[in-house]
Design a protein around this ligand. Structure first.
Ligand code: NZQ
Ligand code: ZN
Length: 387
């Protein structure tokens, strides 16, 4: 059933080949100074940087830049951005890139005027944000996280070895996001596939939980089928607009909170990946991929009917002559075959994890879970199985 909910998402989306044409009209709504936040070199390579600077200049904006945002953005980078905001009295933070760049922009937005240590206050103690929040907007170039239409921000504190995520209220959502699937043509296959598993993981984290059996479950199944079909096309032809656009919009829908409505939700794969990422700096989606199979094999029996539904609805597993356990496990096997077909990583060793790291990762993982609440020992066992 659908439990009571209120739904509100304030991000305006401009989607499609000509979506950048909307930027000028959006910029009118903000003050003079724009902080342009971006990654290492991809936006310059694809010519987007020059286009953006031209539009910002034509719009009469003063541009301050924060280049070099790394994957798994660090708190140090956030502090560097915060100083730029204060020194230049920034009115809008325009993030151009993937989830790391957008998350970093949101982190700068909430922490620039925070008194005291923002990481401790906002990412560890989950204090409400009472200081000024600088508006954020985004131009998306790498698909997966859904950060373009949510209030999430994941930051790595290298000193503490903690990668922490927080979902802020709608005041932190990008005010607008520009989504042109053509910008993603240049994303290398490893990154694209990592992003695709991230989308699938967001959907599965929300699907494998409770006995809700509601509209959201059907929406999730449709999105999973869409992503599975379209990534196969995009691997063969990275410039297939239909495939890239379908993947891009699925990613946004998978984590703009629509697919979490009336769902109890799990998120333990993400919790384990965050600490794996803190120790290895792995690509987020690949970390999720490596953890998911042992995790689902260890918990499926606690949510047996849902795993049977996953097997039959997503992978068309035949039920004839099979027990529920056999059907559910065959569904996970089909997921594994698909992951291998796409080149997704299925071992954390390949991502740089060492045996010595495993107890530290297990000890620092936030415990929760959907069908089964995990203990630290359970997490360690899962890590050993995906090593
Ligand atoms: O630095 P550049 O040169 O831009 O290269 C980037 C980066 O190396 C490259 N890239 C981006 N657009 C490109 C491109 N290369 C070629 N052509 C383009 N058009 O892609 C690489 C990866 O980018 P990144 O932003 O790190 O990837 P992703 O979007 O997967 O973001 C991962 C981060 O988001 C967090 C993750 O934990 C991780 O820190 N997440 C954020 C969430 C949220 N805000 O809701 C939820 C997620 O579950 C996730 O935790
Ligand atoms: Zn994710």
């Amino acid at each position: 059933m659908l439990y009571d909910f209120t739904y509100y998402n304030p991000t305006r989306i401009h989607f499609g080949k000509d979506s950048l044409a909307q930027l000028k009209g959006e910029l009118v709504n903000f003050g003079e100074t724009v902080l342009l936040v971006y990654g290492r070199n991809s936006i310059k390579k694809i010519g987007l940087y020059d286009q953006l600077i031209a539009i910002l200049n034509e719009s009469g904006k003063k541009v301050v830049e924060l280049p070099g945002v790394m994957s798994n953005p660090t708190y140090e980078k956030v502090l560097e951005g915060g100083k730029l905001v204060r020194d230049n009295k920034v009115d809008l933070i325009l993030a151009v890139g993937g989830g790391s760049v957008i998350d970093c922009a949101k982190a700068i937005s909430v922490s620039a005027y925070c008194e005291g240590d923002a990481f401790t206050r906002y990412w560890m103690n989950f204090e409400p944000v009472n200081n000024e929040i600088i508006p954020v907007a985004s131009v998306l170039t790498m698909v997966g996280t859904g950060s373009e239409m949510n209030g999430g921000s994941v930051v790595t504190n290298e000193e503490l070895k903690i990668k922490a995520g927080r979902v802020y209220g709608p005041e932190v959502n990008p005010k607008f996001s520009i989504l042109n699937p053509e910008y993603t043509y240049s994303v290398p296959q490893y990154q694209m596939v990592s992003g695709v598993f991230d989308i699938m993981s967001h959907l599965m984290e929300q699907y494998f939980s409770g006995e809700d059996n509601n509209t959201t479950d059907y929406v999730i199944e449709g999105l999973l089928r869409c992503v599975i079909d379209n990534v196969r096309v995009a691997i063969k032809n990275p410039e297939d607009y239909e495939a890239r656009s379908n993947i891009m919009w699925s990613a946004t829908l998978a984590l703009n909170t629509v697919t979490g409505l009336s769902k109890t939700q799990d998120w333990e794969v993400h919790m384990i990946e965050h600490q794996l990422g803190a120790y290895t700096d792995c690509a987020h989606g690949m970390g999720l991929a490596a953890i998911s199979l042992p995790y689902y094999r260890s918990i499926y029996s606690y949510g047996l009917d849902k795993f049977v539904r996953f097997a039959t609805e997503i992978w068309h597993v035949s039920t004839e002559g099979r027990t529920k356990d056999e059907i559910a496990l065959e569904g996970i096997t089909q997921l594994e075959l698909f992951m291998k077909e796409c080149g997704m990583v299925t071992s954390i060793r390949e991502l740089g994890a060492t045996k010595e790291m495993l107890p530290k990762i297990a000890d620092s993982t936030v415990l929760g879970g959907g069908y089964k609440k995990l203990s630290k020992e359970d997490v360690l066992e899962i890590l050993e199985r995906c090593y």
